[in-house]
Ligand binder design. Structure first.
Ligand SMILES: Nc1ncnc2c1ncn2[C@@H]1O[C@H](COP(=O)(O)OP(=O)(O)O)[C@@H](O)[C@H]1O
Ligand SMILES: [Mg+2]
Length: 235
């Protein structure tokens, strides 16, 4: 299988990373693709969304397989993978991944551990989506190195936008070390540039847009049909 690996990252929390991973994954499955979601956020939101009630109680998670890669311990391709009722596969995650992140600092080729895992299993899938943690630490860096492309869900808000600059700088550093990331750096730069330009060059337009968007969010439209209580009072 010619697998496409996509990392979903923005170092700001709450921008829709896990939601994108889940919905894109299920959409691709509905289009007939074989999909694996890797939960790479120690909060385990994606695992919880897919029905794992207590991720911290799992015996095997992403932390286990990354630990095996670090220790050169062989394991089967489907080791720890959960086949969800939605039809997609999940490599779940829990708080143990935070421990692995600290441990990674002492490991040789620390940014390539997730790539080694993904390279072992990618023959079994059309798509692997990696839901990243909101930081620019070693876990998202591992995901960037493992991935063929990245999706950066962002919001037209100042903190989400400022975060893009930092993301771009991290990616730049990586692209200096990894040739295959360079082309993606150029694409990401263009994306960030156009996003930032929109914020800077058209402040009024953007502000009006934002204002309308926020008003829309804050004031949901009144339902068209009268509620039962209203109908009864009108009688
Ligand atoms: N496109 C969207 N429109 C409106 N709300 C969204 C959208 N995508 C995500 N959300 C909501 O935003 C919140 C944060 O999303 P989540 O995917 O958990 O973010 P992250 O993984 O980046 O922290 C959730 O409550 C989710 O339901
Ligand atoms: Mg998330």
């Amino acid at each position: 299988m010619n697998c496409k690996v996509i990392a979903i990252e923005n170092q700001k929390g709450g921008t829709g990373k896990s939601t994108t991973a889940l919905n894109l994954g299920i959409g691709l499955h509905n289009a007939g693709k074989k999909v694996l979601l890797i939960d790479a956020d120690p909060q385990g939101s994606l695992s919880i969304s897919l029905g794992i009630k207590r991720p911290d109680e799992l015996d095997i998670s992403l932390a286990t397989v990354m630990g095996n890669v670090i220790d050169n311990k062989p394991f089967e391709d489907d080791f720890g993978i959960i086949h969800c009722s939605e039809g997609i596969d999940l490599m779940p995650c829990n708080v143990e991944l935070s421990g692995i992140e600290s441990y990674l600092f002492t490991v040789m080729s620390r940014e390539c551990i997730m790539r080694t895992y993904v390279n072992q299993i990618k023959k079994n899938y059309d798509y692997i989506l990696i839901d990243c943690t909101p930081s620019l630490g070693l876990l998202p860096i591992n995901a960037f190195v493992a991935a063929d492309s990245i999706i950066v869900p962002s919001q037209p808000r100042i903190l989400s936008t400022k975060g893009l600059d930092l993301l771009l700088r991290t990616y730049y550093r990586l692209s200096e070390a990894y040739d295959r990331l360079y082309e993606r750096y150029e694409q990401l730069k263009e994306y960030c540039k156009s996003f930032l330009k929109a914020m800077e060059l058209f402040p009024e337009k953007v502000k009006t847009f934002l204002k309308k968007l926020l008003e829309k969010q804050e004031k949901p439209k009144a339902p068209k049909t009268k509620s039962r209580a209203e109908k009864e009072t009108a009688r």
